[in-house]
Design a protein around this ligand. Structure first.
Ligand SMILES: [Zn+2]
Length: 131
């Protein structure tokens, strides 16, 4: 099975490695991809584990789960990714479908590295016109 993140690799050799805990995502972009795949594969635990504990308090876990169950994840597009020391920034578009309607989620996510591990810190949503 191809990995949902669009790498063209098998899931078990791509984001699956991170989801199973065999390895840590080595870069902010890798973590971003793995988190997208986690949504696609309903790996909510991975999403929690890779979110900054301070951010976790502000996240509606139930809403996330519900959304992940309803949405069909079509494609991930990484627009820009950069790292400066322990800070990472990834701009991406996630294409998904809910109830036969297509949506694009365009976000700039900030990541933070702590003790060799990347965490999702916050995201800023960019407005997007679909048509
Ligand atoms: Zn992947």
């Amino acid at each position: 099975m191809k990995c949902p993140c669009g790498s063209e690799k098998n899931y078990s050799e791509c984001c699956g490695v991170y989801h199973s805990g065999k390895a840590l995502a080595p870069t902010a972009e890798a973590l971003m991809r793995a988190r997208y795949s986690a949504f696609a594969k309903n790996q909510m635990e991975y999403l929690q584990d890779t979110t900054d504990p301070q951010t976790l308090d502000q996240i509606d876990e139930e809403a996330n789960r519900e959304w992940a169950e309803r949405a069909k994840f079509l494609k991930l597009e990484i627009i820009h990714a950069e790292e400066k020391g322990t800070k990472g920034t990834v701009e991406f578009k996630a294409y998904y479908n809910v109830d036969d309607e297509d949506f694009i989620h365009h976000e700039v996510s900030l990541f933070r590295k702590q003790a060799g591990e990347w965490f999702f810190k916050s995201g800023k949503i960019k407005a997007e016109k679909t048509k």
